[in-house]
Design a protein around this ligand. Sequence first.
Ligand code: PLP
Length: 508
Amino acid sequence: SSVVIYAPLCLSDSHRALSVTKSNGVPCRGKVLTLDNMNPNVRRVEYAVRGAIVQRAGQIEKELKEGVKKPFTEVIKANIGDAHAMGQKPISFLRQVLALCSYPELLEDNKFPEDAKHRARRILEACGGHSIGAYSASQGIECVRQDVARYIEKRDGGIPSNPDNIYLSTGASDAIVTMLKLLVCGEGRDRTGVMISIPQYPLYSAALADLGAVQISYYLDEDKCWSLDVAELKRAVDAARQHCNPRVLCIINPGNPTGQVQSRQCIEDVIRFAKEEHLFLMADEVYQDNVYAEGCKFHSFKKVLFEMGPAYSSTVEMASFHSTSKCYMGECGFRGGYMEVINMDPEVKAQLTKLVSVRLCPPVPGQALLDLVVNPPQPDEPSYNTFMKERTAVLAALAEKARLTEQIFNEVPGVTCNPVQGAMYTFPRIALPQKAIDKAKEEGQVPDMFYCMRLLEEEGICLVPGSGFGQREGTFHFRMTILPPTEKLKIVLQKISDFHVRFTQEFS
Ligand SMILES: Cc1ncc(COP(=O)(O)O)c(C=O)c1O
């Protein structure tokens, strides 16, 4: 019989090889965990938003700090929807209450408004040991879930929401992955298929790869402002039924990376489709306050579902998601969010509750923050005016930046940009000369990655290539956030425009 002794100092050069060399009589068998024997699903995961280009941006930042001369003095990271990282100031009321919750001695300080103190006391009373440092219930603090339910009811014109159906989460990402985890099962042709839009937010493709689910791509219509066409959903689901079991339809509204806002009619059509095809609906509504274009309005899937009558509202199973990371808050780092589940089988719901309890609870400061988002200062409270002023200023600036972005990009020959109706991104189409496409291939890169890398090296602007989100074969795009402060955004837009013209000339 053999005894295996872990001997890290005698690894062979190739750490993947299962070495049997002996050193000083100690058998050495290489690493237990290697690229070859690790979970293959994890290896398949790709997440472009923080991918190779962002790593290069980080290196360039280091080089700049070390004094390396570049044609620019800073790297502008327009690759990720992180408002505070782009300089957006936190909303005072949110931070006041969080400060009070974190350090309750401040409740004695008369610099803080009374309504902020009242909220902080209420949250602290609901926390174990009156501290946000305590674990909470796994589904989330009860009074926060009640406030979320009331917020949803108010948002949806009185349609009831049950706090038992609310699960607080670590940002929306966590809830989305949890829900997918519940839904994925089966083997071979019976494996769960999940419909996601193309272009998509790469959390979805990454989670599906991780879970070994089948990705069913449906394409948004770029020529119609990235709208969703039910005929395309039907094409995708019919084709997928040949090789998997489609069971889930994911929708992002307002859209990331494409910035479209779905019409009420379209939402109704999608719900009807989900019912006909017996699909579980996942409605990602993290940008619900980020609607800018005239004539566009946010309609929640839940509201439309209930307005369609009991034939739908009592049958279609759905989860909808919201987050503290987006809208006017931009508080990404607190990792706050919730999901509401509707028409979920009670036994499955019990399994969901069990699943979330394994991870104890979402961050309590994130839950406290969420509580303020769903229960902001009211007109008769001292913080109301400042809160509204700050909130309106953020959303108005985003609306202005959405307009500017569309306008400036559409002036550039070879760039076509749909209106940024909502969310925080633009996803313009770029015409790339054949010579650039050939050159990219020669360098082993996809063409839009080649383009974005050149832009990063020459202008210090970090974007995400369209290929990271998916796009129709033969088309090229990039995603840029509209989050930099207006004056900086103007410079960024001008630099990208000039770069595009230069790049096109170079490869023509
Ligand atoms: C459409 C969409 N869903 C979910 C998320 C995840 O957000 P968080 O986990 O920060 O709430 C994002 C983040 O950018 C997003 O764009």
